[in-house]
Design a protein around this ligand. Structure first.
Ligand code: BYC
Length: 308
């Protein structure tokens, strides 16, 4: 039996693939691509929220937001470590991000204009992220699956804090309710787009499902997210900005309107409202942090010499 057949048998039998195991080159490449893009999304995802730490409306909200943004840095680090087990270095991954070769989630290229946007990110963006990431706790590559277990626990707190902060706004003044509705109007469609292109257009899904890297397709997850979110919107008293959103008795799911795929691809290709700003912020942090990396390396060299 050849190695490829043995590998697929292991996948089919739900045996986790570990770093030292034989794997097809395409499996390794797909994982490096997905895990590093996921890590970059966590790190870039800190930027739109970090922007609001100094403007949080009270100490409690500030503490929660600080904790959430720190969690995201941690998620990035677990994911970079998981990707490193596949033979790529962290410096290479950063280089791919900084030169625009690696993607990160489209969602973080939209601006956070008001405080309600922070709640909407928690509710909708983290809500969409969890929908996608729960399946990744059972992904076939061991180091990725194990990283995802901790990440999902924290994402669940992130989603709840966002929803709770919106619930407070929904019971607030007329101006607060308007701010809430405006944030939902702007974040709804980009959140739906986060799941990626439709199954017909997705280039990677077929292989990723065969290898159990992904266990559900982009459209399946998007539908689950819409179904779960509609009732939450009703409790908040907000209208989701889609006139075609309605329950379909036959399908047992909500139907929803046409996604603007031109907008999605435009953002993915680097032309969204904040792409340039986000990338510049990351490159700037990398360049300004050079002395920290040099100092840390010098210290570890000195220790090594002492031990020797
Ligand atoms: N944005 O064949 P497809 C978070 C790309 S952050 C940009 O379906 P795949 C959080 C895709 O990469 C959430 N690009 O691809 C953090 C591919 O291009 P390449 C991040 C996208 O990989 C802070 C092409 O389109 N979560 O949790 O099978 C605060 C064709 O797509 C996007 C993850 O990264 C997009 N939205 O499926 C709050 C989860 N969608 O690479 C929250 C892990 C697609 O071939 N990633 N593309 O050049 C995944 O599950 C999958 O990579 C995706 C896409 C579902 C995103």
């Amino acid at each position: 039996m050849n190695q490829e057949t043995l590998f697929q048998q292991k996948i089919d039998a739900e045996v986790k693939i570990e770093a030292r195991d034989w794997m097809p080159e395409d499996y390794r490449k797909t994982l490096i691509r997905q895990i590093s893009q996921h890590a970059h999304s966590e790190i870039v995802g800190m930027l739109p929220e970090g922007n609001w730490i100094t403007r949080a409306p009270n100490l409690r909200r500030k503490l929660i937001l600080l904790a959430k943004v720190q969690d995201e840095a941690g998620h990035g680090l677990y994911l970079y470590s998981a990707a490193e087990t596949l033979g790529i270095s962290r410096d290479e991954m950063f280089d791919q991000l900084h030169t625009g070769k690696a993607k990160y989630s489209s969602i973080f290229n939209y601006p956070t204009l008001t405080w309600a946007d922070i709640g909407a990110i928690g509710w909708l963006v983290d809500g969409a992220a969890i929908m996608n990431q729960v399946m990744l706790c059972r992904t076939s590559y061991g180091p990725y699956a194990r990283a995802m277990v901790k990440i999902c626990k924290e994402e669940s707190f992130h989603q709840r804090q966002g929803y709770e902060s919106l619930l407070v706004l929904s019971k607030g003044t007329e101006a607060q309710r308007r701010m809430l509705q405006d944030a939902v109007n702007r974040w709804w469609w980009p959140s739906i787009m986060m799941f990626g292109p439709s199954d017909m257009e997705s280039t990677n899904t077929e292989k990723s499902v065969l290898w159990k890297i992904k266990r559900q397709t982009n459209d399946e997850l998007r539908q689950r997210f819409v179904d779960a979110t509609v009732e939450q919107a009703q409790i908040l008293g907000v209208t989701l900005p889609d006139p075609d959103l309605k329950w379909n008795e036959t399908r047992g799911h909500y139907d929803f309107g046409q996604i603007n795929w031109d907008e999605f691809w435009n953002v993915v290709k680097g032309n969204g409202p904040c792409n340039k700003e986000r990338l510049a912020a990351r490159v700037n942090a990398w360049e300004k942090g050079a002395w920290v990396r040099e100092a840390a390396l010098a210290y570890s060299e000195k220790r090594k010499k002492k031990v020797a």
